[in-house]
Design a protein around this ligand. Structure first.
Ligand code: FCB
Length: 466
């Protein structure tokens, strides 16, 4: 007999997706163009020229997808709404067909006994707003309030868990500074302005959610990694500190501390603050520190930083031997479950949010169906097992972790990596659209049923034994 690591009663087990990554139907039923439509349709931006035009065709297959979730026993489903389906021009006229799609989806989930967790914006900004400067333009934050009004008026009576934004850090640093995500800009000063307007959009939207969705919980989802120095040298430690631009730049203002002065100095040194923080207007920081009900955290990997030459940009170094036991198939992401509990503890004890949800965690492995049609994705089971056990460890240390969402319910369009990366617990055959539950889906289903993971590692059969 193996010991079970039990989770608290009422712990929420879910799976997550995002509109652009699964829906397809990019120009159907009055939907407007999003910045991701534009980016993927621009040659050279995405691996193999893939696009989300069809993706998992969830827009047409949502009933089948809810049936799969029900079969797995999912208690909650985190999905995002495509802003351009609701407001094709980003603001102004509401597209009723867009509202109707999500309304049916929410009804279907509730009928299946699955709690909808809605993310209002998971990166796919309407292109009409991008054309005006996107998040670097303060008016986009105002448009987000209008959009939040439209969505929460329609769904606020039925949806009781709201996430304003997904990973604003990735939206701005990858999209506006590094140019590898939409809109593909390489301008740090625009990225910093954009970060402020995203936070402002969150701050302004929360009261709107409260108004139209009484009794609902509202929060934001941030990305994290377990960021450590390669050595104890002062330079490597400083390199790891600079990496906090991905976390503390957002957490500090959200929890009332304003923008951290050390990171401001780093940005100024890069020339990213030519006019200082002139985009921060009176009242903005108060709006951003709005009280929320939870903090959503996404965790995937560890980052080890080194500063070869003081003053140069820190480098990420790979300290673990390069193999699939130590890294997933995606972008050299190091598997490091202890970082999951580390991140949870750091974020909780430093900022004291009322509760935390792990809104994403998962691994990319492309294990295909075997000749019998079964998908033996043992490595994914190992990954999930280790990270879920690490969540349990954080709970034991006092972190009020209320739920866990695996990324992702199904294989999907993985941004600039296209369809090459498969993060799903459900296999998608992109030619036919056929869905197949992977072994990890069966395994996760049992975790949900037991409200526990077993104490030891996964065996070759994909089960867990002592
Ligand atoms: C996160 C994103 C999510 C997915 C995973 C793998 O950064 O929020 O959409 O792409 O990474």
């Amino acid at each position: 007999m193996t010991n079970l690591l039990k989770f608290p009663a009422g712990f929420t087990w879910g799976a997550a997706t995002a509109s652009y990554q699964i829906e397809g139907a990019w120009n159907e039923d009055g939907k407007g163009e999003s910045c991701w439509d534009r980016f993927t349709h621009t040659p050279g931006k995405i691996l193999n020229g893939d696009t989300g035009d069809v993706a998992c065709d969830h827009y047409h297959r949502w009933k089948e997808d809810i049936a799969l979730m029900k079969k797995l026993g999912l208690q909650a489903y985190r999905f995002s709404i495509s802003w351009a389906r609701i407001l094709p021009q980003g603001r102004g006229a509401v597209n009723k067909a867009g509202i109707d799609f999500y309304s049916r989806l929410v009804d279907g989930l509730l009928e299946a006994g699955i709690k909808p967790f809605v993310t209002l914006c998971h990166w796919d900004l309407p292109q009409a707003l991008q054309d005006e400067g996107g998040w670097a333009n303060r008016a986009t934050a105002e448009a987000f309030v209008e959009y939040t009004e439209a969505v929460t008026r329609a769904l606020g009576g039925r949806v009781k868990s709201w996430i304003t934004l997904n990973e604003p850090a990735v939206a701005v640093w990858s999209g506006y500074a590094m140019g590898v995500h939409a809109p593909g800009l390489t301008d740090y000063s625009q990225a910093v302005r954009a970060s402020h307007h995203l936070l402002l959009a969150h701050g302004w939207a929360v009261p709107v959610i409260r108004r139209h969705s009484p009794g609902a919980e509202a929060g934001i989802t941030l990305n994290t990694s377990w960021h450590v120095p390669a050595s104890n040298s002062i330079h490597d430690r400083d390199a790891a500190r600079q990496g906090d631009i991905w976390k503390r730049w957002f957490l500090d203002p959200l929890y009332g501390r304003g923008y951290p002065s050390d990171l401001q100095a780093d940005l100024a040194a890069k020339g990213a603050l030519p006019d200082g923080l002139d985009f921060v207007k009176p009242g903005d920081l108060d709006a951003i520190r709005v009280s929320t009900d939870f903090l959503g955290l996404n965790y995937y990997f560890r980052t080890v930083s080194r500063a070869d030459v003081p003053g140069n940009d820190p480098q990420t170094v790979f300290v673990a031997e390069k193999n699939l036991d130590n890294y997933t198939e995606c972008d050299d992401l190091e598997i490091y479950p202890a970082g999951m509990s580390g991140v949870l503890k750091r974020c909780y004890f430093e900022y004291l949010p009322p509760k935390i949800y792990v809104t994403e965690n998962g691994a990319s492995y492309s294990t295909p169906p075997d000749s019998s049609g079964r998908v033996p994705d043992l490595r994914r089971i190992r990954y999930l097992h280790g990270h879920i056990a690490a969540c349990r460890d954080a709970i034991q240390c006092g972190v009020p972790l209320a739920g866990y969402f695996v990324w992702s319910l199904m294989d999907n369009f993985e941004w600039n990596q296209g369809f090459k990366q498969r993060f799903g617990i459900v296999w998608i055959d992109y030619k036919t659209g056929r869905r197949t539950l992977k072994d990890s889906a069966h395994w996760y289903s049992k975790v949900i049923k037991d409200n526990a993971v077993e104490e030891f590692g996964a065996t070759e059969e994909g089960r867990v034994s002592s």
